[in-house]
Design a protein around this ligand. Structure first.
Ligand code: AMP
Ligand code: GLY
Length: 755
């Protein structure tokens, strides 16, 4: 069949596309007249000249005409075609008065009891005066409309009385006026196919009429649309059909008019139910660009069923997807669009099942495509939901480029705002957070002494430091730290308490090296989503570690941050504050070449090198027990960072310790120099302490050079003590575990020699 689409906009390009490709391969020839720069087959005609259109159809043996714009309907093109027995999809000029005359539409609606705003028509030379008077007498806000067709520019929704009065004066200059009650609610566009009897609704759509983002600025023909909208569920669609569309189609039939085509109802969903804002007698633009890609039935069959009055025999199928159409408009649109700009990038828009691009105000000029109308291009994205549809549309339209283009970046924003479903749906569960607090409460409170004032839930933790008044010159020593990517291992193993020990003990050791004893600890746990049990387990571990170090767990924060953390992942951090009398601060200035370095064994990797070690063992399941071991690889890797507070307690009360270095990130090389005075270096005798199994395995299987290993890991020594050689035995007597002389202080420039 040879089909003619009348018009030249994005709507017509979409109709032609749907007829040509849609979801059905066929060998129909689809012409667009006069068409635009995107039309494949074009014919030249004035689409508002009925006789010219009839002649063209005869000449070209057209079997079906689809009328795009309202101007053709108003001009009587459908009537002329019908008279000439040329099948046409589009209502008569008389029926189209529903759109072309707002006054007719309102009196028709009243006659057929179609729910509508209160309205009044003002005609004749005194229209403006009468309208001003009427407006002043109403208790509601008022919308001012020009009676005839005005391509979206004939409606003013004033925001003040002054604006209202100005609009009345301006619009009255071009003819009769309609004033009506301003309706409030969600707007929805319901388009239906009809053969004059049967009505088949399309998915309800939401237009974006304003030029500006956030729905601001002048009215346009439409800058974007999505469908379906959740604001209009299927029972509301049924209600709109029943209360608004059916009475209209029946009312027209009673007037002897069989309405064939698309009837488009602009609806406000008010608190009193749906009310009619306006009827359009054709596809919307850009509604067609959004709706036709969702149509799964063959468009030609649907149009012919309307033309032949057999729509009741057809079941029209729609995709379950959501579509989102975004318009690129010319600079100066809507008041004074600037034409002529060159459009580039069209070839980079990758069309697919989920992306279609439609030309609107474009024209071919040689090899170029130029801007030739207010709305220039329209890109439609499809997706499982609005956000993915939108993503597809915006990803594609970013390739389209012309100078001064106007693209609203917010199509669908209200729907996205409305469908968040509350905080819990956005991934933040306040109840679960509170449950976590309940679960951890007991353990945390077990760390509280009588110096803790106020309980869990205060804004800040309060701690009396009365006990420090016995000190000469108390110095606070504070440390903040995290446990790095060891948290990922905990996630993999589903065990979280050890991480709590890690963070506390890490901080304890950091202040201990200055001889400070812990006062209090504050924690921070952040995750993609809170599981009360997981958080309670982490904080419970922290509380146990605090108790073991005689430290108060004074407060903390649990943050749920979906999007910042990947699903299932978490992080912990903590701050520990300790105290030491100033005269007792370590390191001592007396460290000198010849002093011994004594090591205390580590419990494992502590909290360093996990990014590397996770890669080293990427191929070995964590529940494997390596050769000669008594625990799993996972257990060894997750073993918690030990605190050296208790084992060093006696020695720290005495005077033999000159310095302490906590071997953390950076190993010996980075950490020992932190306590060396100028003029001193250190020599570490590798092999002078027993290698614990996890490091033997790492060295064995990774093949990494020693230097790399000793820079990344503690290699079995978690704390280094510096003593005078003559004090070694006294130190040994104060520490209840084996200690290892691992090297000595040498003279030099604070370097570490691994020998
Ligand atoms: P129309 O050209 O009739 O579609 O009007 C353009 C836009 O003006 C509509 O989409 C509405 O946003 C707004 N509008 C028109 N009439 C009313 C009304 N009675 N109450 C509230 N808003 C209206
Ligand atoms: N997008 C609104 C219309 O086509 O009238």
């Amino acid at each position: 069949m040879r089909i003619l689409v009348l018009g030249s906009g994005g709507r017509e390009d979409a109709i032609a596309w749907a007829l040509e490709w849609g979801h059905h391969a066929n060998d129909d020839e689809v012409f667009v007249a006069p068409g635009n720069g995107g039309s494949r087959l074009r014919l030249d005609v004035d689409p508002t000249d009925p006789q010219a259109v009839v002649d063209l159809c005869r000449r070209e043996a057209i079997g079906l005409v689809v009328v795009g714009p309202e101007s053709s309907l108003a001009a009587g093109v459908s009537d002329a075609l019908r008279e000439a027995s040329i099948p046409v999809f589009g209502p008569s000029a008389q029926a189209a008065m529903l759109e072309t005359s707002k006054a007719f539409c309102r009196s028709f609606a009243t006659k057929h009891s179609i729910p509508s705003p209160v309205s009044e028509v003002f005609v004749g030379p005194q229209a403006a005066e009468k309208a001003l008077l009427w407006a002043d007498q109403q208790s509601f806000e008022i919308v001012v409309k020009a009676d005839g067709l005005a391509a979206g520019k004939g409606v003013v929704v004033p925001s003040s009385v002054d604006e209202r009065n100005a609009a009345i004066k301006t619009l009255s200059l071009s003819g009769d006026l309609v004033l009506e009650e301003r309706l409030f609610g969600e707007e929805v566009s319901l388009l239906v196919f009809t053969d004059g009897i049967t009505i088949c609704p399309m998915p309800p759509a939401r237009d974006h009429k304003c030029i500006g983002e956030g729905d601001t600025g002048a009215n346009t023909g439409g800058m974007g649309v999505y469908a379906p909208t959740a604001a209009c569920p299927s029972d509301m669609v049924d209600r709109i059909v029943q209360e608004i569309i059916q009475p209209a189609i029946d009312g027209l039939r009673a007037m002897g008019i069989a309405y064939v085509g698309v009837l488009y109802a602009g609806i406000m969903l008010t608190a009193q139910g749906p009310k009619l804002i306006e009827f359009n007698c054709r596809f919307g633009d850009p509604e067609a660009q959004a709706l036709l890609p969702l149509l799964q039935s063959e468009l030609k069959s649907v149009l012919l069923a309307c033309v032949n009055g057999t729509l009741s025999e057809l079941e029209i199928r729609w995709s379950a997807k959501t579509s989102c159409a975004v318009v690129a408009a010319a600079p100066g649109y809507p008041s004074h669009p600037i034409l002529g700009g060159v459009i580039s990038g069209l070839e980079s828009v990758a069309k697919s099942d989920n992306v279609q691009m439609f030309h609107a105000g474009t024209e071919k000029a040689g090899n170029e495509i130029r801007v030739n109308g207010g709305r220039v291009m329209c890109v439609t994205g499809l997706g499982e939901d609005l956000s993915s549809a939108r993503q597809s549309a915006y990803a594609a339209i970013k390739h389209v480029n012309f100078e001064g283009q106007q693209i609203r970046r917010d199509i669908g924003w209200r729907e996205l705002a409305r469908t968040t479903g509350g905080y819990a749906n956005s991934g933040v569960d306040i109840d679960e957070g509170n449950r976590a607090v309940d679960l951890m409460k007991k353990k945390v409170e077990a760390t509280h002494t009588s110096d803790v004032l106020g309980g869990l839930g205060s804004f800040g933790g309060a701690l009396s430091v009365r006990s420090l008044m016995t000190m000469n010159d108390p110095v606070l020593v504070a440390s903040t730290d995290g446990v790095g990517t060891k948290v990922m291992l905990a996630t993999d193993l589903g065990r979280f308490d050890t991480i709590g020990h890690d963070i506390v003990n890490h901080c304890v050791n950091d202040v201990l090296v200055q001889r400070a004893r812990p006062l209090f600890f504050l924690d921070y746990v952040a995750s993609s989503s809170i599981s009360a049990e997981m958080v309670a387990s982490i904080v419970g571990g922290m509380a146990d570690a605090c108790a073991a170090n005689k430290c108060v767990l004074l407060g903390g924060e649990t943050a749920e941050m979906p999007g910042v953390y990947s699903p299932g992942h978490f992080d912990v951090a903590g701050t520990l504050v300790g105290v030491v009398d100033r005269a007792r601060l370590l390191p001592s200035k007396t460290i000198e070449p010849g002093d011994l370095m004594v090591g205390l064994l580590a419990s494992g990797l502590h909290t360093n090198g996990y990014s590397l070690v996770r890669r080293i063992f990427a191929g070995l399941p964590l529940d494997v027990v390596p050769q000669g071991w008594t625990c799993t690889l996972g257990d060894a890797l997750l073993a918690s960072h030990r605190s050296y507070l208790n084992v060093l307690d006696r020695a720290l009360k005495g005077d033999v310790i000159k310095g302490l270095a906590h071997i953390t990130g950076g190993g010996f090389e980075e950490n020992i120099p932190r306590v060396l005075p100028p003029g001193c270096s250190a020599k570490v005798d590798l092999g002078s302490w027993p290698m614990i199994p996890i490091f033997e395995l790492i060295r064995d299987v990774s093949g990494l050079p020693d230097r790399e290993l000793y820079r990344t890991f503690n290699m079995g020594i978690g704390m280094v003590i510096i003593v005078k050689p003559s004090d070694l035995e006294e130190l040994r007597s104060q520490i209840e575990e084996p200690i290892w002389v691992i090297g000595e202080v040498t003279s030099g420039n604070r370097e570490v020699d691994l020998a």
